[in-house]
Design a protein around this ligand. Structure first.
Ligand SMILES: Nc1ncnc2c1ncn2[C@@H]1O[C@H](COP(=O)(O)OP(=O)(O)OP(=O)(O)O)[C@@H](O)[C@H]1O
Ligand SMILES: [Mg+2]
Length: 347
């Protein structure tokens, strides 16, 4: 049993607060993605779990044990760093074998594990090279192989696929997921790539400016963002937001009247590009740009001067300046408070 529990972690660097009141539980065998923009504190949190950074206050438990005062090597976990640190003086083979060698594993086991993980990460041709003779993406795969070779019960990964090209990343993503799932490894995976987080994770924790904005299933995060930040950060394109006047729980949008759970005079309507129909009654959308993306055409335009993106049929090619009637699907709307940006419960 190796769950991870993070209790009220706070970290400041001098006067700057990097993490504030972080509470998090990663269940045994769970894959949790830590998702957030650059500088939000992802690496700092991962390093605190690993014991490479000391928290200002709070505690970390692994498998029920308080490890806050333990050095990294006593925490029973493996880590892949953001800058894919591999030992430059060791051949790839010895890099991958490192953890097992240190643990005193026998030769046969070391050899079979090196072969297995090298195959998994497609680095067999490079086993007898030094890291300096590899590309960034190859080096990164060596770092992942080194962490997997020890079959850790807890694995911490910091943007492990960031240096791979798009196709290889897609392939590695699927392989990582299947390997970690079948091994039952408890994984915390840091990324700023929301597609990667959505595709890989059992649950996602969205980190924003040192705080957790939302933790939940990928679908929940995507469909029901808890804040404007989450809706805008997760999903491509980001969720659309329209700030609208609200009177007596009713919002007028063009010739459409919508019920809204608002108590303030203005409210924010959040809706995803694919959850908008071309329909009347609705509101006038003025096209600015049409981008044919193969699977659909993405239209960028305005509604009452506010930016809106809508997906249209793959062959749709409206001209700039053209107007269309659009209507958000009512069951797909997220209502948010205009002042705080927090989602409002439907009433
Ligand atoms: N050793 C340090 N000294 C001072 N400030 C630091 C230190 N390490 C990190 N920070 C600051 O803490 C904040 C969080 O940094 P962190 O590296 O955790 O971000 P991140 O989410 O991993 O970003 P990225 O996606 O760019 O890797 C940043 O504002 C950063 O400048
Ligand atoms: Mg980082």
């Amino acid at each position: 049993m190796a769950d991870i529990r993070i209790n009220q972690i706070r970290k400041s660097f001098g006067l700057a607060v990097a993490l504030e009141s972080i509470d998090l539980h990663v269940a045994d065998g769970e894959f949790l993605a830590l998702l957030g923009p650059s500088g939000c504190g992802k690496t700092t949190l991962l390093r605190i779990i690993a014991g490479l950074e000391t928290q200002t206050s709070g505690a970390v438990f692994i498998g029920g044990q308080d490890v806050s005062a333990l050095p990294p090597r006593k925490r029973g976990l493996a880590m892949v760093f953001q800058n894919y640190a591999v030992f430059p003086h060791m051949k790839v083979r010895d890099n991958v074998a490192f953890g097992l060698t240190m643990a005193g594993a026998d030769r046969a086991r070391i050899q079979s594990q090196v072969e297995r993980t090298a195959a998994l990460l497609h680095i067999e041709p490079y086993l007898d090279r030094y890291p300096a003779q590899l590309s960034g993406g190859q080096r990164q795969r060596v770092a992942v192989a080194r962490a997997l070779a020890v079959e850790p019960t807890v694995l911490l990964m910091d943007e492990p696929l960031s240096n791979l090209d798009a196709l290889l990343r897609l392939e590695m993503r699927a392989e990582l997921k299947s390997v970690l799932q079948s091994a039952g490894t408890t994984t915390v995976y840091v990324t700023h790539d929301q597609t990667e987080a959505m595709g890989l994770a059992d649950r996602i924790a969205v980190l924003h400016a040192g705080r957790i904005s939302q933790i939940g299933l990928p679908d929940t995060i995507y469909r029901h963002p808890a804040t404007k930040f989450v809706g805008g950060f997760v999903g491509s394109p980001p969720m659309n937001f329209l700030t609208l006047p609200c009177h007596g729980g009713e919002v007028r949008l063009g010739n459409l009247s919508l019920r809204a759970p608002c108590s303030a005079p203005t409210v924010v309507l959040g809706v995803r590009a694919e959850d908008i129909d071309f329909a009347d009654p609705g509101v006038i959308f003025t096209v600015r740009v049409a981008e044919p993306l193969g699977v659909h055409t993405l239209l960028t335009g305005t509604v009452d001067g506010q930016l809106v993106r809508v997906t249209a049929a793959p062959d749709a090619r409206p001209a700039a300046g053209e107007t269309l009637m659009i209507r958000p699907r009512q069951d797909r709307i997220t209502w948010l408070a205009a002042d705080t940006g927090h989602a409002l419960e439907p009433q």
